[in-house]
Design a protein around this ligand. Structure first.
Ligand code: TYD
Length: 207
């Protein structure tokens, strides 16, 4: 059987990654691929309570970093790795790149430190594919509809996030697929499907 793949979705708020992840999960399931769609923060049993603190409380940047990492470690050990080991593909809405970009490029914490801590939080798990939806900040913020304290940040904060993602993608081009968030959903979905095709063609049960 084909090895289960780990695919993450990244981008600034309002980029449309959640919708794309949902559609991709449905499409994979229709191809006979077992899929788990999950998200961070809040994908682990403990994470559900961390999520409300992270999204709404005013906290120190390091506290914020540690909470995102704690959420990631629980999520990775209890949800993501067991699913992959059972042969289920995992689609995750935000993962380690979010911490590098938001707490590193956004809040100004040390990138090398975050890379080290992420390596612990993820147990060294790296996505097979990271879909980055890139979009100008103004357009993305106009679309974002769930108010969290991140959305209240300045335009320059979000600009740093956008640029941080593009820099991280340039560091690891072998796993990043950068999509234009202004393109229609059907086109984005098609681009991801094309990127997955070589894997899926090897799947004996795939249609
Ligand atoms: P969420 O409501 O899930 O937003 P979105 O739909 O944009 O994913 O809120 C997650 C927020 O948390 C988002 O603003 C990004 C931020 N975040 C970090 O700052 N660091 C992280 O490691 C993660 C996973 C998320």
């Amino acid at each position: 059987m084909l090895r289960a793949r780990f695919i993450t979705f990244e981008g600034i708020e309002g980029a449309g990654k959640t919708t794309l992840a949902q559609h991709l999960a449905q499409w994979l399931q229709a191809q006979g691929v077992p899929v788990l769609l999950t998200r961070e923060p809040g994908g682990s049993p403990m994470g559900a309570s961390l999520r409300s603190v992270l999204l709404h409380a005013t906290i120190d940047p390091y506290t914020e970093l540690f909470l995102f990492l704690a959420d990631r470690r629980e999520h990775t050990l209890r949800v993501i790795l067991p699913a992959l080991q059972a042969g289920t593909w995992v689609l995750c809405d935000r993962y380690a790149d979010s911490t590098l970009v938001y707490q590193g490029y956004g809040r100004g914490l040390d990138l090398a430190l975050i890379r080290q801590l992420n390596a612990i939080a993820t147990s060294g798990l790296t996505p097979d594919l990271t879909v980055l939806i890139d979009l100008p900040v103004e357009l993305a913020l106009a679309r974002a509809n769930t108010p969290t304290r991140f959305e209240a940040e300045s335009r320059t904060f979000h600009q740093r996030i956008r640029e941080g993602y593009l820099q991280e993608a340039a560091r690891a081009p072998e796993r990043f697929l950068i999509l234009d968030g202004q393109a229609p959903l059907a086109q984005l979905l098609e681009q991801v499907r094309q990127a997955l095709q070589t894997w899926l063609l090897r799947e004996p049960d795939a249609k």
